[in-house]
Design a protein around this ligand. Structure first.
Ligand code: ATP
Length: 567
């Protein structure tokens, strides 16, 4: 397919302020995409060239992209830099500069979507000496082969700022409508996406093999599975109704969730809650997994916590120091970690998702050699609320966050927040206070002490049913002066000209600045009240900033349904 067709689609999507309209445009477009292009186009629509977990990084700084624009247009790099300074956006800069391209630079023929995709992969793959020049050369060639508007989007893709407002669910929805004529197929696609979160594979399978092919998609070692999530209750007594049968009650740790995969070749990969590859951050853990888990192939899950010399859990912030690319060896010693293992999802050639938890737990006891860094979660088996409550207090005394109550008979439900897992945290027993993970969708300019930065952030919950972000509070309390001062820089990357299509807002709440829904913040609030000013229909009272949840994607924020269940 000619890339210009995709450019026209991007143009239409960029103008759209409604999620439904966006799905309509996308599904109409998908109907005419040839089977061999559908995967590529699915990635590119998300502004990516591979699925998020594939760890493909373009590796180009803004400065190199600016130079490539200069090369492609025969303009002076300093002039391009000046325009970038004025527009503040690499895409608009490329468009502006290339519109004025001298006639002597004849277009080099048509750029196809496939050629673009391959060349972008070559850019990502180039490393070592001379690679920056090579990357610039390829990019400049691409920019010469496309229209000025095409150049705008290519530069944004390269720097990861395409900001079209399209999410994975938007693509799945639109595919369902395009290829099966209805939204009903969405359920099957979502189910497949939960065990194969790769829109490229899903779209290609759908187009080539139909829904039958989609139903056959299974666990694949090396490809992360969307993680199973927990519900919350207001009273521990509700457990009796919510989870029939016996429960496995486990300690709940405040660390980083990890899914570890070991493939046939013996290679181990670690994936975060956002399904990003974090293997290189934890070489110590990788070595211990090799040593202490006796299995040829596995997919297991646990919580990584930072511990002191006695094995006592340290704060989440301490663990976050391990989130780094450099000085990894030094920090292995500074911040030792422990893995609290709680699940096995695949073992030696077979998916274990459908095996009841009781059996999965037995299996973990079998394959784990006793050691200090990889240990099973603290646990008891019971169906008695009082016993669960006593265990909860034991866990709090040991410095943990609370308990997880899991149905002993349950399957592992990938990507699902069902009643088979329930969380009970210490915040729940304090009066009314509860935490929410909300998506920042806009900001208001600050006044007085806060002038020059933002005074408050507009926060939204995720409306899972409609795949949109509905607002629920204005957040201005709890941030330190330092955090406040950093807000404009932190959010610059996500700034967009108009309201993102999947965000809904009441007139009264319109912010001064809009953000693509990407950043998640944890917010503590005293109460939930009905509100005509927020599109969830609810407002949080006395919201307080707790921390940034960089481990969560926007679609993993607290949902509107959860808020309704908590009020
Ligand atoms: P969620 O993961 O439910 O969206 P969250 O990331 O905000 O929410 P919590 O609400 O505190 O976290 O609880 C769920 C998380 O608790 C899991 O994702 C996991 O990281 C962590 N966790 C800690 N201990 C356990 C355990 N024993 N079993 C499962 N998860 C655990």
């Amino acid at each position: 397919m000619d890339f210009q067709k995709l450019v026209d689609l991007y143009g239409e999507l960029e103008k759209t302020a409604s999620g439904n309209k966006m799905r309509e445009i996308l599904s109409d477009f998908f109907k005419n995409v040839p089977a061999e292009d559908i995967a590529v186009i699915s990635y590119l629509t998300l502004g990516q060239i591979a699925s998020g977990f594939d760890d493909v990084v373009m590796g180009m700084a803004e400065k190199s992209v600016t130079k490539a624009i200069a090369m492609a247009s025969g303009t002076d790099a300093a002039k391009v830099q000046k325009i970038l300074h004025e527009t503040g956006d690499i895409g608009l800069t490329a468009e502006k500069v290339l519109q004025k391209k001298p006639q002597t630079l004849v277009p080099l023929g048509k750029l196809t979507v496939h050629e673009l995709f391959e060349k972008l992969h070559t850019i990502a793959g180039a490393s070592g000496t001379g690679s920056q020049e090579q990357k610039m050369g390829i990019l400049s060639g691409l920019l010469q082969k496309t229209s000025a508007t095409g150049a705008k989007y290519i530069c944004r893709i390269v720097l990861g700022t395409l900001r079209m407002g399209v999410g994975e669910m938007t693509v799945l929805d639109s595919l369902a409508i395009a290829y099966t004529g209805s939204k009903e197929a969405k359920e099957a696609l979502e189910k497949a996406y939960n065990i194969c979160p790769d829109v490229g594979i899903i779209s290609e399978t759908l187009v080539k093999q139909g829904l039958k092919g989609i139903e056959k998609i299974d666990v694949h070692v090396g490809r992360p599975i969307q993680m199973m999530l927990a519900q919350r209750v207001d009273e521990l007594h509700e457990l009796e109704d919510k989870i029939p049968g016996k429960w496995q009650v486990e300690g709940k740790y405040d660390g980083e969730r990890v899914q570890a995969h070991k493939d046939k070749k013996g290679e181990i990969m670690l994936f975060s809650r956002r399904l990003e590859n974090i293997t290189e951050q934890f070489p110590d853990l990788v070595a211990d997994l090799q040593k202490y888990i006796e299995a040829k192939e596995f997919v297991i899950e646990g919580e990584i916590i930072a511990v002191d010399a006695k094995g006592k859990q340290l704060a989440f912030q301490t663990l976050m120091q391990r989130r780094r690319k450099y000085d990894v060896e030094e920090y292995i010693k500074k911040v030792p970690v422990q893995l609290k293992l709680f699940d096995v999802l695949y073992l030696n050639g077979k998916a274990w998702l459908h095996v009841p938890l009781e059996k999965r737990a037995e299996q973990m006891e079998k394959f784990l050699t006793k050691n200090k860094t990889i240990v099973l979660t603290d646990r008891i088996v019971t169906d008695d609320v009082e016993e669960a409550n006593a265990f909860f207090h034991t866990m709090l005394k040991q410095g943990y966050e609370g308990i997880m109550i899991k149905s002993l008979a349950s399957e592992y439900q990938a990507g699902t927040r069902g009643w088979n897992w329930v969380k009970w945290k210490k915040e729940y027993v304090k009066e009314m206070a509860d935490t929410f993970d909300l998506v920042v969708v806009g900001a208001y300019y600050g006044r007085g002490r806060r002038s020059g930065t933002y005074g408050a952030l507009l926060c939204a919950a995720y409306n899972e049913k409609e795949d949109r972000f509905d607002t629920v509070c204005k957040l201005g309390t709890g941030l330190t002066d330092e955090q406040l001062a950093e807000l404009p820089t932190k959010f610059a990357k996500y700034k967009v000209e108009h309201k993102p299509a999947r965000v809904t807002v009441q007139k009264e709440m319109e912010p001064n600045v809009w953000f693509e829904p990407k950043v998640v913040v944890e917010v503590l609030a005293a109460e939930i009240t009905k509100s005509p000013f927020h599109t969830t229909g609810w407002a949080l009272r006395f919201p307080r900033f707790v921390k940034f949840r960089d481990d969560k994607k926007a679609e993993q924020a607290t949902t509107v349904k959860e808020i309704e269940g908590m009020k």
